[in-house]
Design a protein around this ligand. Structure first.
Ligand code: MLT
Length: 264
């Protein structure tokens, strides 16, 4: 079921009286990157996904986004849908949003799943890369930017194996509103470092990383997981940065195992 609230496209599957998993997708994608997880878990959970403002079906507006405004949107969804301590699950940019959400309102959350992400803010080199990406979009368009960015997110084998599905993802991202894509880049460029809060996280956490993730590799995600007291770390075989799409079976198995913590 899709609803638009506060200019955010929100999608709900499953019984809303059950425990909620609130999924936050990566950049420059949309809520459909969680399709396999929603298909798998909506019989036993209330699965909520949404399109981050400026991507998918959530309009870009003026594109003046910050990481704080993205976290405001998560809090808005929790309050508006009256979600009781949802398990927050974010990938990459969705992980940046999740980590800052935990820092701001851990009391409203029941659990945390971090996929292929990091707590560090952009360093100088990272900021210059974001600036170059914005320049590329301004001069050559979103399609050229996406053609350079998206292949890096997937393991080479996955691109071959996914075939048409990969092409469809590429095509969809290429059709994104440039204002929204640039707004997300600026929000990521300006985000805070959330490393300091990791040892304070109390909710049960699961950290997942693709074995062949080039953007947030397993060694760095292991360090992230080690800083969270109540956390499990699982490497997803054969996957790059887009674990839920590249190896959904392994991701779902890891999540299923983690979810047992909520039913003891
Ligand atoms: C993502 O997958 O969300 C992006 O790789 C995040 C980023 O560009 O930092």
């Amino acid at each position: 079921m899709k609803t638009i609230k506060n200019n955010i496209a929100i999608y709900q599957e499953g019984d809303s009286t059950k425990k909620t998993i609130l999924f936050i997708h990566g950049f420059p994608y949309d809520h459909t990157m969680w399709n396999s997880q929603v298909d798998n878990f909506s019989s036993s959970f209330h699965c909520v996904t949404f399109d981050v403002r400026g991507l998918g079906e959530s309009p870009a507006g003026d594109g003046q986004f910050t990481m704080e405004s993205f976290v405001d949107d998560v809090e808005y969804i929790i309050d508006e849908l009256q979600l009781v301590k949802p398990i927050l699950c974010g990938l990459s940019m969705g992980g940046y949003i999740s980590l800052r959400a935990v820092e701001r309102f851990e009391n409203k959350l029941g659990g945390l799943i971090l996929c292929d992400t990091k707590p560090e803010a952009d360093d100088n080199e990272g900021k210059l890369k974001r600036a170059a990406s914005i320049k590329k979009i301004n001069t050559l368009g979103v399609q050229e930017f996406v053609a350079g960015f998206v292949p890096n997110c997937f393991a080479e084998n996955s691109i071959k194996e996914l075939g048409k599905t990969y092409n469809a993802i590429l095509e969809k991202s290429s059709a994104s509103d440039p204002t929204g894509v640039k707004g997300c880049l600026l929000a990521m460029l300006g985000r805070n470092d959330t490393t300091g809060y990791l040892p304070k996280i109390k909710i049960p956490s699961l950290v997942l990383c693709g074995q062949n993730d080039k953007l947030t590799p397993p060694q760095s995600m292991k360090k992230l997981a080690d800083k969270i007291n109540n956390s499990d770390f699982v490497v997803i075989p054969g996957a790059g940065h887009m674990t839920p799409i590249e190896n959904p079976d392994a991701v779902n198995a890891a999540m299923r195992n983690y979810f047992k913590k909520f039913f003891n």
